[in-house]
Ligand binder design. Structure first.
Ligand code: SF4
Length: 275
């Protein structure tokens, strides 16, 4: 659990005046190397963001921030399925149950029936029910107001304590319903940022911590959303279409593929921007 508490906003390099602490020249040298590395990291993310906006535009967002509990449930539904099916499941749930209080009283099997189209019905209905029961027990209500006042690292640590809620789901709640500058890492973001060479990590959660420890301000939503689009349409798991990729010149991936150069336009509907 400790690692979850130290990842975000970890300022290895502090504010102005940080090097005049009277310690050895070696420490200053080491810190300046870290600063150079961080500048490079920042610059690369900003450049990728700019190139992706040139290619795909600025992604649309929800007109206003949705309720964090709505977002939590939508994100649970979105796991391991496409956005169209999870959107239908979310709509089914909302039209069958007008409030989350009603779901709290519903049988798990009834919830499962409404969300079947999103797959993993048993697992997801249990996760939704457990989350609501635990939230009620803990806060006496069905809102996440107590999270909205927390720092990012604290909020994520808190949210992943709910059974069935992982780092990706927690970070989606922060980005999509609280407007926090946190970049969630799903399978597409994990694959693309590692191929490009922004990070070098083996799992989505490790990628998340590496990417977010010092993420450039204001761009998490466009960076995250456009990388998903890149991963769906161009940088596919097998045979990426590197010949038409806007990032080809800066990407460090050894297995680039220039055979297929067709853009396969996928449905760019994003559930979490339509809650
Ligand atoms: S150049 Fe190829 S591997 Fe690199 S990001 Fe683009 S599609 Fe992916």
């Amino acid at each position: 659990m400790v690692r979850y508490l130290i990842f975000l906003n970890l300022q290895i390099v502090g504010p102005k005046g940080r090097f005049s602490n009277g310690k050895s020249g070696f420490n200053s040298f080491k810190k300046s190397r870290i600063r150079m590395r961080d500048n490079k990291f920042h610059q690369m993310i900003k450049t990728v963001n700019k190139l992706l906006i040139n290619k795909f535009g600025i992604p649309k967002k929800n007109k206003k921030d949705p309720d964090p509990v709505d977002m939590m449930i939508a994100t649970i539904l979105s796991q391991n399925t496409n956005d169209n099916n999870s959107y239908k499941a979310y709509k089914n749930l909302r039209s069958r149950y007008k409030t989350w209080e009603e779901i709290l009283k519903a049988r798990v099997t009834s919830i499962e029936k409404e969300i079947r189209i999103a797959g993993l019905g048993k697992q997801k209905s249990n996760a939704i029910k457990n989350f609501l029961v635990d939230l009620k027990k803990k806060t006496g209500s069905l809102n996440l107001n107590h999270i909205t006042k927390m720092e990012e690292n604290e909020a994520i640590s808190e949210l992943i304590n709910y059974k069935g809620v992982g780092v990706k789901t927690a970070s989606c709640v922060l980005l999509f319903s609280m407007g926090r500058n946190v970049c969630p890492v799903d399978t597409h973001v994990h694959r693309t940022v590692n191929r490009i060479g922004i990070v070098n990590e083996k799992s989505p959660d490790k990628t998340f911590f590496a990417l977010n420890k010092n993420f450039p301000q204001m761009i998490a939503h466009s960076f995250h959303t456009n990388l998903i689009r890149l991963g769906r349409e161009i940088c596919k798991p097998k045979k990426p279409s590197c010949g038409i990729c806007p990032l080809e010149k800066l990407c460090q991936f050894d297995g680039k593929n220039f055979e297929n150069s067709e853009l396969k336009k996928e449905n760019s509907f994003m559930l979490l921007d339509n809650v």
